[in-house]
Design a protein around this ligand. Structure first.
Ligand code: FDP
Length: 334
């Protein structure tokens, strides 16, 4: 029987890749894993207690109804970051503004974290996979002071680390620090994330497309053409038609495509002219992972990781997945 590598051991081993590392990033990643285990425990019990299912009765900055578990997960992650000492401030999809931590210890923290505590939350009540997404940057402001908006509005290519937790048939944590992508499955019997997917690579091509096709007539004609006359075209030898698979839970759709090959599209539409997904909490972290795994992530026209963010809750169109498929989809937009 081969020895299990726990996430903690893996993080510690990888610390040696960064010669001047002081261990803060390693501690931060370990803190995220602990918060993820607590959220996973709550997600797993969601149907059993009234405290976890249904609406919180509030809306977030984007006017979306907050689910009870959205709020619980948000508090859990914030609490972990606030008390860990490595993070000077955070921005969360669930909160209107960013939060600069005020304790002397936190003000010395090197990092900021931007995160979506529970993505795909409209799926919570129906027991479909959901996820948490995080993105870590080195602060731009001086250590010892409070975090600033500038710390939060950094380009995706400056991410130090990014990852997601998928609460699916098992709970998985997938992350990158810019040296490949690795996935860890939570073994509930020992309460540890264990290395299960080493050096993940997204197949260069695939035959799955994921898109909310209800929007097909309100997005630009090139997308309709790509879906109807390319993805759905019958072409022997070219493995088409592709299979349409849309969970409507970004982390789950992304994870499937990362393993099997595929494309996920959430374009701009006439009702959402900037698209639906948020650059800082969803697109940047997944784009970093996609590129590290050999895939591509664009708005359909430009690389996601090269966008200079202007606002915390900025939205962008999102095309992410296998390199050849994303390039093909983009060629329909030219
Ligand atoms: P949700 O609204 O359920 O939180 O960005 C959030 C997200 O889900 C993604 O996880 C998902 O891919 C997308 O929105 C689903 O949007 P549609 O319902 O418009 O397809």
């Amino acid at each position: 029987m081969s020895k299990l590598t726990t996430l903690h051991e893996f993080i510690m081993d990888r610390q040696a890749d960064f010669p001047f590392a002081s261990g803060e990033l390693s501690r931060l990643l370990s803190d995220i894993a602990v918060a993820a285990k607590i959220v996973s425990k709550d997600v797993r019990r969601a149907g059993l207690t009234e405290n976890f299912l249904g609406n919180e009765g509030s809306t977030n900055i984007q006017g979306e109804e907050q689910q009870k578990l959205d709020v619980i997960a948000d508090r859990q992650f914030i609490n972990m970051f606030k008390t860990g000492g490595e993070v000077c401030g955070i921005a969360s999809e669930e909160n209107d503004d960013f939060m600069a931590f005020t304790s002397e210890r936190a003000k010395k923290g090197k990092y900021v974290v931007l995160f979506d505590p529970l993505d795909g939350s409209s799926n919570i009540d129906v027991n479909v996979s959901i996820g948490s997404i995080f993105s870590i940057y080195r602060r731009k402001s001086e250590a010892g002071s409070e975090a600033t908006l500038e710390d939060m509005l950094q380009m995706g290519c400056d991410q130090v680390a990014a990852g997601y937790v998928l609460y699916g048939s098992s709970t998985m944590l997938v992350y990158t620090t810019g040296r490949g992508v690795n996935g860890f499955t939570l073994d509930p019997s020992i309460g540890e994330f264990c290395l299960s997917h080493h050096n993940m690579k997204m197949p260069e091509n695939g035959r799955i497309y994921a898109m909310n096709e209800g929007n097909i007539n309100i997005c630009e004609p090139g997308i309709k053409k790509y879906v109807e006359s390319y993805c759905q075209q019958t072409l022997e030898g070219a493995s088409r038609p592709y299979s349409g698979r849309y969970i409507g839970s970004l982390v789950a759709d992304f994870h499937r495509n990362l393993i099997k090959g595929g494309i996920y599209i959430y374009p701009d539409t006439t009702t959402d002219p900037e698209g639906k997904l948020r650059l800082l909490y969803e697109c940047n972290p997944l784009a970093f992972i996609a590129e590290q795994a050999g895939g591509l992530a664009t708005t359909g026209r430009e690389r996601i990781l090269s966008i200079q963010p202007e606002r915390l809750h900025q939205r962008v169109p999102f095309f992410v997945g296998s390199k050849t498929m994303v390039e093909q989809a983009m060629s329909f937009l030219k």
